[in-house]
Design a protein around this ligand. Structure first.
Ligand code: GTP
Ligand code: MG
Length: 189
């Protein structure tokens, strides 16, 4: 990118296009979180389980996001890795109230972290400990412990409690991800 392009971006006259991959087990709330990021008049009340994947668009901090909202059902999880190479960031969503399946989420995370297209890249990962509104849901600290996040030392990561139904925690998480993606893209220049 030339000096003029950098200057135009710095002025906020042009947004940078970035891709994010939204993954996590089925029923964790991925599509609901993305629905919350839509303009109020475009939000849907009827979110069905995703088949394959859908794309959504939103903007934050001078970045124009294309989000790949992947299905979390086991038969579709093999699709996730097709998008690893081209993604600028990852949103990993966990149902904090689903304690019986958190170990499966941990296994899926381990598979992600050792994938050749991910392992050596400093790709930012935002974890949403979603469904914080449900009684007895794990806290963000509890989810972090259950997933073993402390062992991720070569990537920027952050965990936020969220409620996709009323949006609590969503903006904080997306703002962190935007800043982290900007830093990693600037470092790669
Ligand atoms: P797949 O597309 O099958 O992978 O699921 P998903 O991760 O996209 O989940 P989805 O957004 O379809 O939400 C699944 C269910 O959880 C829906 O009934 C949502 O209304 C509900 N849900 C999502 N987020 C929350 C939340 O923060 N709190 C509560 N209580 N329910 C939620
Ligand atoms: Mg979905």
């Amino acid at each position: 990118m030339g000096l003029l392009d950098s200057f135009i971006e710095w002025l906020g006259l042009r947004r940078r296009d970035v891709n994010v991959l939204v993954i996590g087990l089925d029923n964790s709330g991925k599509s609901s979180l993305l629905n919350y990021l839509r303009p109020k008049d475009a939000q849907r009340n009827d979110i069905a389980p995703t088949v394959g994947f859908n794309t959504e668009h939103f903007q934050c901090k001078g970045l124009s996001f294309t989000a790949f909202d992947m299905s979390g059902q086991s038969r579709y999880r093999s699709l996730w890795s097709n998008y690893y190479r081209t993604t600028n960031g990852i949103i990993f969503v966990i149902d904090s109230s689903d304690k019986t399946r958190i170990l499966i989420a941990r296994e899926e995370l381990q598979q992600l972290l050792i994938h050749p297209d991910i392992i050596s890249r400093n790709i930012p990962i935002l974890f949403f400990a979603n469904k914080m509104d449900i009684r007895d849901a794990l806290s963000d600290v509890g989810v972090s412990y259950a997933l073993g996040l402390d062992s991720i030392t070569n990537k920027s990561w952050h965990i936020c409690s969220s409620n996709a139904l009323n949006g609590d925690g969503v903006a904080d998480g997306i703002e962190w991800l935007s800043s982290a993606i900007k830093s990693s893209m600037d470092q790669a220049r």
